[in-house]
Design a protein around this ligand. Structure first.
Ligand code: PLP
Length: 383
């Protein structure tokens, strides 16, 4: 690579220097009152981010830990669980349901599509014993979004607990945890929040705690949400040593979000996503999602033009122009490419740069990308 690198992957995303500097601060003893105060402060900021008055727990592993911990904590053998699948992460959750003995009812749509309220209502009518509904809000590998604001209230009507994977949604798109009836909402710092990977951030409702208490999961394990509630939230004792530096960094990223304003941060992600879509379309490419209404704001998925091979294209783009984007993940590998715009990279300059060099690299490979038209179209969405 000749010049600097710009990482516009679908996560983890580049972070602001203020966030990485925070992570470099001296390590505090986790029972130093200053650290305990900082940790509680981060929980309060996360409540503002999730728009919730529910408990916040911060588990000390990448967001997949939070997803598995929720399955471990909520699902008893024989429980019927409704799993909504519009992509790779949605499908993955089925494995967790099976692992903890649950019975799966699935609504599966094509991975360029999204789930409708009618489909969810009909699943509950047919299966009145559903105990839990799991759904991915922003399905990063598909570049799509599910309407959790409409789906979760239906599940609550039928008495189910709602579990939402909003790892790439929160901070990038509107998420109203309490208003929308989300019992367990999970996100991670490494996507739209703009910090580094390594934590699971969870908002947990009283209904979810009731369900967890009734399912009586094992304690003293890394997967135990109850340990965090009973030891830390209730008695001020950490179940084990927290990731001190990651908490510093998360704190700085959250400060930056609230200095800018949460709604302004949502809008910035939305503007960059629209610009990226407009730019790619004007260059002559096709978007992956079946409609722009269901395109996520955290990344833009587009179809790979015929005759271009995904892995070697990505390598060419990185080696020649320094721009890093993501291939399709899992079963979508080879079908689409993704430009991430999340957190620190959901800004006009990196988006315009990514479009320029994606266009140039496509031309190098024989696809006649109309770079000028693409940049004009993107600019007109931004300014
Ligand atoms: C990023 C992400 C996760 C976390 O998984 P990774 O292995 O870190 O990518 C979970 N769910 C969704 C929807 C994500 O985008």
């Amino acid at each position: 690579m000749k010049y600097d690198k710009l990482t516009m992957s679908a996560g983890p995303a580049e972070i602001h220097p203020r966030v990485s500097k925070a992570a470099a601060e001296p390590i505090l003893y986790h029972y130093d009152p200053a650290f305990k105060q900082l940790h509680h402060g981060v929980e309060e900021k996360l409540k503002k981010l999730f728009l919730t008055s529910n408990d916040i727990i911060i588990m000390q592993g990448e967001a997949i830990l939070g997803l598995e911990a929720a399955a471990f904590s909520c699902i008893r053998p024989g429980d019927t669980c409704l799993n909504l699948v519009t992509g790779v992460f949605g499908k993955w959750f089925e494995d967790f349901i099976h692992m903890y003995g649950g019975k799966v009812v699935e609504i599966r749509k094509d991975y360029n599509s999204s789930i409708t309220p009618e489909e969810v209502r009909s699943a509950f009518e047919k299966n009145p014993d559903i105990k839990l509904m799991s759904v991915v809000h922003s399905e990063t590998p598909s570049g799509t979004i599910n309407p959790i604001n409409e789906l979760c209230p239906i599940a609550k009507e039928y008495g189910a607990i709602t579990l939402v994977d909003s790892v790439s949604g929160v901070a990038g798109s509107e998420v109203r945890t309490d208003e929308w009836g989300i019992d367990i909402c999970i996100t991670g710092p490494q996507k739209c929040i703009g910090a580094m990977p390594g934590l699971s951030l969870m908002a947990v409702s009283p209904d979810a705690w009731q369900r967890i208490a009734a399912s009586n999961p094992a304690r003293n394990t890394f997967l135990s949400m109850l340990d965090w509630k009973e030891k830390w939230l209730t008695h001020g004792a950490f179940p084990y040593t927290p990731s001190v530096s990651l908490i510093y960094a998360l704190n700085a990223a959250l400060d930056m979000i609230f200095e800018e304003g949460l709604e302004a941060v949502w809008k910035r992600h939305g503007d960059c996503a629209r610009a990226c879509r407009a730019g790619l379309k004007a260059m002559g490419l096709s978007l992956w999602p079946e409609s722009e209404f269901i395109a996520t704001d955290c990344c833009t998925a587009f179809k790979i033009p015929e005759a271009i091979e995904s892995a070697s294209f990505i390598e060419h783009l990185r080696e020649t122009y320094g721009v890093v984007i993501s291939p399709g993940y899992g079963e979508l590998n080879g079908a689409l490419l993704r430009i991430g715009h999340m957190g620190h990279t959901a800004k006009p300059m990196p988006v315009m740069t990514a479009l320029t060099f994606v266009g140039k690299a496509l031309r190098d490979r024989g696809f006649p990308a109309k770079i000028g038209d693409g940049l004009e179209a993107a600019l007109s969405e931004l300014y």
